[in-house]
Design a protein around this ligand. Structure first.
Ligand code: IMP
Length: 177
């Protein structure tokens, strides 16, 4: 693997496709052991999670549903402040086990918003699975239940993650050189 240039920045190899595969398969095993009898709904948070989610769900051998969502934030009028909405959620989450699938949990803002919205919609149990977790950047208290890899506060691309739209198609993960 060699350096890649995306826009104005150079990235160097960081986590190989093989190492990713190994951890994804271990997390799939943990998810299977914990949730095989709960008919969970996996909510894949677009865009960055698409490759991780595709690899992960192929390794799950129990009944589950998979749906794709985006989180929208906009400023409401008057005193309502910022309003959050889950776009693309057509399934009823009430009384169900939900597993949020994230590409990376950084400050945890995205995760916390989604978690609150799902709680509001009366999900029975909400779990989170993420490819990458930056514990030093995390500002929330919601447990991140399934983590493939913890990384320091570095900016990474590849395996679904982008830098201004580029790099999602790289099969390995790269870090700013
Ligand atoms: P959070 O809401 O601060 O946890 O940020 C989560 C989102 O920020 C992720 O879903 C990514 O889209 C983006 N993000 C955070 N860190 C990185 C990174 O190192 N590379 C690419 N995207 C990132």
């Amino acid at each position: 693997m060699s350096l890649v240039t995306l826009h104005d920045k150079q990235f160097k190899p960081y986590i190989s496709a093989e190492a990713i595969h190994e951890r994804v398969s271990q997390v799939a095993g943990n998810l299977s052991a914990d949730l095989k009898d709960s008919f969970p709904l996996f909510l894949v948070v677009l865009n960055g999670s698409f490759i991780f989610a595709a690899d992960l769900v192929k390794m799950l051998k129990f009944p589950c549903e998979i749906s794709f969502v985006k989180l929208a934030s906009y400023h409401g009028t008057g005193s309502t402040g910022t309003v959050n909405e889950i776009i693309g959620l057509t399934e009823n989450v009430e009384n169900r086990t939900i597993v949020i699938i994230e590409d990376i949990v950084d400050t945890g803002t995205t995760l916390a918003k989604l978690h609150n919205l799902l709680k509001h919609k009366k999900a029975k149990q909400i779990k989170t699975a993420t490819l990458l977790f930056k514990p030093m950047a995390y500002k929330k208290t919601i447990p991140v239940d399934y983590v493939c890899m913890e990384i320091p506060n570095d900016f990474v691309v590849g395996y679904g993650l982008d830098y201004n739209g580029l790099g999602r198609n790289l099969k390995d993960i790269y870090v700013l050189a």
